[in-house]
Design a protein around this ligand. Structure first.
Ligand code: BEZ
Ligand code: FE
Length: 294
């Protein structure tokens, strides 16, 4: 290494050291640790790629566009975290590593608090287009004990790959809240999920295009399960055989969450109803771990 290089390295390191030292008096020790680590890694990244000022400008423009497109219905920064795998990594870091527990995955942008309550066995489709799908299973503890009264929030895209909240107006469809029965069982009707693209008309979509990556997510149904004394579980059921399973735009697929959809040409359905035309069914058990904080 030449003397010139070493002076340049020293100058760069001096910037990093000065910024690190600026966090020395941070009152919250966790914030101090996180910010110092962020600075170390961010600066190391800039050095590694020899970041040009043009690239720095492009990054600022990208983030500015992300800010401008973000509103109460669209969150481009979470989408960016999703396509960088950060959301899935955060789930992996934080979820219990208990064998037998249902794995979690990303929440996604289409969760709605207080979705309509439906009775056990009810239909959450409420006008969503698609092939009827009967979804059933049990919510259990690790030792197999049924969790009765667990609250399930369920939401999915329709046959055209859109969630209700992506349509104008405030129609609620393919979304609902129900509770498990005394035996921990749940069941409901919805529409068979289909693959769909994540919102890709903004800067994150442009990034995917530039990288030659797909915006598609494999067909899935979202679940958020809560029960007293149990850790909340945010997960998906993925439909087996979907060609996008191996290249989910947000890296959310776990093998343990992939379920076969059975196709039926005639009734009766498990609940005794006689669906008109073809229908499908999927079965998915959810295993919750104790909530350490409760
Ligand atoms: C979703 O599955 O709803 C989703 C997840 C991450 C980004 C976009 C959509
Ligand atoms: Fe989704």
């Amino acid at each position: 290494m030449t003397a010139e290089h070493s002076v340049a390295d020293d100058k760069e390191q001096a910037v990093t050291d000065e910024v690190l030292a600026s966090f020395d008096d941070t009152g919250d020790p966790r914030l101090r640790t996180v910010m110092r680590s962020l600075v170390r890694h961010l600066h190391a990244f800039a050095r590694e790629v020899r970041l040009t000022e043009q690239e720095w400008n492009a990054a600022i423009e990208f983030l500015t566009r992300a800010g401008h497109i973000t509103d109460e219905r669209r969150q481009e920064f979470v989408l960016l975290s999703d396509v960088l795998g950060l959301s899935t990594l955060a789930v992996a870091i934080n979820e219990p590593k208990t064998r037998g527990a249902t794995e979690g995955t990303v929440l996604g942008p289409f969760f709605v608090e207080d979705s309509p309550e439906v009775p056990l066995g009810g239909d959450i489709a409420r006008g969503a287009v698609g092939t009827p799908c009967y979804v059933s299973g049990h919510v259990r503890c690790l030792d197999g004990t049924p969790v009765s009264g667990a609250r399930l929030d369920v939401w999915g895209a329709d046959e055209d790959g859109f969630y209700d909240v992506q349509y104008p107006g405030d129609r609620s469809a393919a979304r609902g809240r129900l509770r498990t029965g005394p035996d921990g069982a749940y069941r409901f009707w919805t529409v068979l999920p289909t693959p769909y693209p994540i919102p890709h008309d903004g800067p994150v979509g442009d990034l995917l295009t530039a990288a030659g990556r797909t915006p598609m997510r494999p067909a899935h149904l979202h679940f958020k399960v809560t029960a007293p004394g149990r850790r909340a579980l945010v997960t998906h059921l993925f439909v087996a055989g979907d060609p996008h399973l191996g290249r989910d735009a947000v890296f959310g697929v776990k093998d343990s969450l992939v379920v076969e959809a059975e196709h039926h040409t005639a009734g009766p359905a498990p609940d005794g109803s006689q669906p008109q035309g073809t229908w499908t069914s999927m079965s998915f058990d959810l295993v919750l771990v104790p909530d350490e904080d409760s």
